[in-house]
Design a protein around this ligand. Structure first.
Ligand SMILES: [Zn+2]
Length: 98
């Protein structure tokens, strides 16, 4: 039985490297460092998380502060749209304005 001796191969010489490579928790596919899910599964997980949060925090979702925060976010996004597309702004409009 030599298997015991072979087992004593010095594993400790390896530097501090994560033993498990980051893999998607859903499908086990490769993910970019720092992520827990692959690009395919991230939307699914996010949706499930949202549903869970909606279930758990149903009261919080309907609280006035949450509603206000949501509408504020929408307003901000809506107001930010023109600056995102400067090409849609007719430049001649400024010239005419002068
Ligand atoms: Zn995945």
């Amino acid at each position: 039985m030599r298997s015991r001796a072979e087992r004593t191969t010095p594993i400790s010489t390896t530097p501090v490297v994560p033993k498990t490579r980051p893999r998607c928790l859903v499908c086990g596919g490769a993910v970019t460092t720092g992520s827990r899910y692959c690009l395919n599964c991230v939307p699914i997980v996010n949706r499930e998380n949202l549903q869970e949060q909606a279930k758990l925090g149903r009261i919080a979702t309907h609280s006035p502060s949450a509603e206000a925060r949501r509408s504020a976010t929408q307003t901000k996004q809506f107001a930010a749209i023109p600056s995102w597309n400067p090409s849609e702004r007719p430049s001649w409009l400024n010239e005419k304005a002068y």
